[in-house]
Design a protein around this ligand. Structure first.
Ligand code: DON
Length: 456
């Protein structure tokens, strides 16, 4: 069968093609000469399937789309605290090239406007290091994200450097405010080189999907960006990524995003995908006209808005009782009820809380106030895709409370539960691979299930 997804993407592209508004960026002559008929769109899922249509191999300079990735790199090189001393996280509502600093702290407002991006660039590698070193580190990091070697486009670099007075002004402003340690001209030169790295939409979709996949590269499976940095980067993209149209963007499209003046836009949808669009004509805020239209359509058609409540992420909990007639060498003298709890899906607090409620429903005090304990409790995590930290902690606590006076058996072939080595209950909680092993553990070899009742 032919996948319907590329056909759909072609439709997205063609619906945006008639939009003639806007102009390519005119302050860099190479960009001003860009062919405005070029258009492309690409999606990359968090498990690495890349779809793209249109001019998907045409390269263009990454420009401001480099900013979120370099911000992640600065956090890696200096730590978040040091980065926050030099660059804020407040949306500015200003144009991207505004010479502005935050009142009180003197920091640039955020890392997505030029002032913040130049200060962020200056933190790469070592604050007193050379331009070449910083640029090389950024090119290598972006190449790793794209999955291929990228290069600085010298023609774009020279063209932008020719008339970089505004960004040079930003550099001197940052130096005077004590926000950069290096020479201001060097900081701006390095920043312009970072903006001049060439990419195509497929590269950008994969790079964005790494953010959407909590920092793990969707194709290679390598951890590239620590999860806490991804949270920071996506938060800043969501609030500041589209400059002075960030509010409109997040309410309309609902995807953390970043645009660039050569006509690209990326979006990173947490847990689902990365997307990238390209078309050179820009609106008055510096965002691609057709690119914005394509992103809006994708978001509306595909339910990509991150605040969309159309699906409540429920983990499912099933629970039932089984009566087992003991077999030979029965370790636990019982021909009694065993409570089984099965947890499915990607489990966070809400799913673990549902499991907790199910346990409390089953193992509750009788009329005389005594807790009616089954002979054993089996937890099945066979269909649990993942537990986040809070879910894991809550489930560990449930197991602690039960294991004090009940046999607890855990079916966990993928090892999602991760009871720590020093957990006091570890020695008495049996971890097995499947249902048959759990049954034999509780009832002894050769035991039989006498009856099963659903929905305890
Ligand atoms: O700083 C500049 O002027 C550019 N090299 C990058 C700006 C940019 O891409 C703004 N994005 N919309």
């Amino acid at each position: 069968m032919k996948s319907p997804i590329p056909d759909y993407l072609r439709n997205v592209l063609e619906k945006a093609r008639p939009l003639e508004g806007g102009e390519p960026a005119n302050y860099i002559d190479v960009l001003a000469d860009a062919d405005p008929s070029r258009m492309a769109v690409s999606l990359c899922t968090v498990d690495g399937s890349v779809y793209s249509v249109g001019d998907d191999e045409v390269e263009f300079s990454i420009q401001s789309i480099s900013k979120p990735f370099v911000y992640a790199l600065a956090i890696q090189d200096q730590g978040l605290e040091a980065v926050l001393e030099k660059v804020g996280v407040e949306p500015s509502g200003d144009a991207f090239n505004r010479l502005s600093l935050e009142a009180g702290t003197n920091r640039p407002m955020n890392p997505m406007i030029n002032a913040g991006a130049v200060a962020t660039h200056a933190l790469i590698a070592s604050p007193n290091g050379s331009v070449e070193k910083r640029v090389d580190r950024i090119v290598q990091a972006l190449s790793r994200l794209a999955g291929r070697q990228l290069h600085v486009d010298q023609e774009v670099y020279e063209a932008e450097l020719k008339d970089a007075n505004r960004n040079m002004g930003i550099g001197y402003m940052l130096k005077a405010a004590g926000m950069i340690a290096c020479d201001p001209q060097d900081a701006v030169r390095g920043y312009i080189a970072q903006c001049s790295i060439n990419v195509n939409v497929r590269d950008l979709a994969v790079m964005a999907a790494t953010l959407g996949n909590a920092g793990i590269h969707p194709v290679s499976g390598e951890r590239i960006i620590p999860q806490e940095s991804v949270r920071q980067v996506l938060s800043v993209m969501a609030t500041c990524g589209m400059y002075n149209s960030s509010g409109e963007w997040i309410s309309n499209v609902g995807i953390p995003a970043k645009s660039g003046v050569s006509g690209g836009i990326i979006g990173a949808l947490p847990g689902q995908l990365g997307l990238a669009v390209f078309s050179p004509r820009l609106d008055e805020r510096g965002n691609s006209v057709r690119g914005v239209a394509m992103c809006k359509k994708l978001s509306h058609d595909m339910g990509f808005h991150m605040m969309d409540m159309s699906q409540i992420g429920r983990a499912s909990v099933r629970s039932w009782t089984t009566t087992i007639a003991g077999g030979s060498k029965m370790p636990h003298a019982c021909e009694e009820q065993v409570a089984v709890f099965e947890l499915r899906g990607a489990v966070r607090f809400a799913g673990a809380e549902r499991l907790t409620r199910a346990i409390m429903r089953e193992i509750r005090p009788d009329e005389k106030g005594r807790e009616g304990r089954p002979c054993a409790v089996i937890f099945s995590f066979r269909h649990t895709y993942s537990l986040n930290d809070v879910a894991r902690r809550l489930i560990h606590e449930n197991i602690h409370r039960l294991a004090v006076d009940t046999n607890v058996v855990v079916i966990d072939p993928a090892g999602v539960l991760k009871l720590p080595e020093d957990d006091p209950m570890k020695p008495i909680v049996a971890v097995v691979q499947n249902e048959a092993e759990a049954r034999d553990y509780v009832g002894g070899i050769g035991c039989k299930i006498v009856s099963t009742a659903d929905d305890i």
